[in-house]
Ligand binder design. Structure first.
Ligand code: COI
Length: 357
């Protein structure tokens, strides 16, 4: 499509982290990375796998000034018999990458080529896939604008790169329930903005509230809608689900919420168990009323990095709502076990989600 992927193997292999000491999220990187450049006229060209190394850019490169930067996140797993390596639903990431490109006026990438690039890189660094329970190889594709110049307009040059990191749990809490602060002042994204895109700027804008949440002993922020600060959106690093008196609900995609791959997978799993999820507007008033009358049964977040993370409590205004006495609920646990079982190849994959490398 964009030419044969050129491979330059690293002459040195880095020491791998010991999984026994715990794998902090995104701290270690494999020996190689994928890169490909875009320029107007030539399109995407020079796909290559090269030793992992710093990238040199002109200080005026547009990404530093106007923030055309998008990314994706997905994971690779080794099958229990160690004979195969799989990517989890890479086609979904390819499609979402292109939605982000479209929103930020960046050039799209052929989706089949995107998957092929990932497969080639994972095959080369497959010995970095960790094998302990709860670990995987996290893959981070990203695109940045690289043209030198300070005029505000879409760049004419871009870099697409893929780096990989062996990871354990995303949250320090591990698989234990997280405490979440419901943010009532700052906004993550508004309808018409770029909340549905995996744009770096969405994350930059969320950091201040995330720091403030620590004052309430919360590790994450649950965002509300920008217009009324009434309806639940997402937690930046994950989508959210609630079990309210038997009904399973998640905020409806409205343009300001990320269309999570794990969110979609959980909805398919629940539907196959005869437990359809209602996608709709959910207000904090409704959550607080459910808490008050005892029907706020379970809450959990979904995300590639976060997997399925139980939510143990919500801090909203002056109120702290403990959910399922701060313990992981049975539905959350079943979803975690089934999803990670499919991803690890320990459970049959009836949906055809795993793609062999
Ligand atoms: C992911 O789940 O892959 C994410 O991108 C969330 C976060 C690590 C930024």
């Amino acid at each position: 499509m964009y030419g044969t992927i050129r491979v330059e193997l690293s002459s040195e292999r880095k020491a791998k982290p010991s999984v026994d000491t715990g794998l902090a999220f995104g701290k270690y990187f494999t020996d190689h990375m994928f890169m490909m450049n875009y320029s107007e006229g030539s399109g995407w060209h020079d796909p290559r796998i090269v030793p992992y190394a710093p990238i040199t850019l002109d200080p005026s490169a547009m990404v530093f000034h106007y923030g055309q930067a998008i990314f994706e996140g997905l994971k690779a797993y080794r099958s229990p018999d160690k004979s195969s390596v799989y990517l989890f639903r890479p086609d979904k990431n390819a499609a979402r990458l292109n939605q982000s490109c479209e929103r930020l006026s960046m050039p799209s990438i052929d989706e089949a080529f995107f998957v092929e690039a990932l497969q080639s890189l994972v095959r080369i660094d497959a010995d970095w896939i960790p094998e302990s329970e709860g670990t995987s190889l996290y893959i981070r594709p990203f695109i940045i604008s690289t043209e030198a110049g300070l005029g505000v307009r879409p760049s004419s040059e871009y870099l697409f790169a893929v780096i990989m990191s062996p990871v354990g749990s995303y949250y320090e809490e591990g698989i234990h329930p997280v405490a979440i602060h419901v943010e009532t002042h700052y906004t993550r994204a508004a309808v018409g903005g770029m909340g549905y895109a995996k744009a770096a700027g969405n994350y930059a804008g969320s950091l201040k509230a995330q720091m403030l949440a620590k004052e309430y002993n919360c590790s994450q922020v649950l965002w509300l809608d920008a217009a009324e600060k009434k309806y639940l959106e997402e937690v930046g690093s994950m989508n959210v689900f609630f079990k309210l008196g038997g009904e399973i609900v998640t905020p409806k995609l409205n343009g300001s919420i990320l269309d999570g791959v794990t969110r979609n997978s959980v909805m398919q799993l629940l539907a196959s168990w005869g437990m359809p999820v209602t996608e709709r507007r959910i207000s904090m008033d409704e959550i607080a009323a459910a808490f008050a009358n005892g029907t706020l049964e379970e809450a959990f977040g979904t995300g590639t990095a976060a997997v399925i993370s139980p939510i143990g409590s919500l801090h909203w205004n002056d109120q702290t709502m403990s959910i399922n006495v701060g313990q992981t609920g049975p539905l959350t646990e079943r979803l975690y076990n089934t999803l990670t079982g499919i991803q690890n190849g320990k459970i049959e994959d009836p949906f055809g989600w795993n793609v062999r490398c």
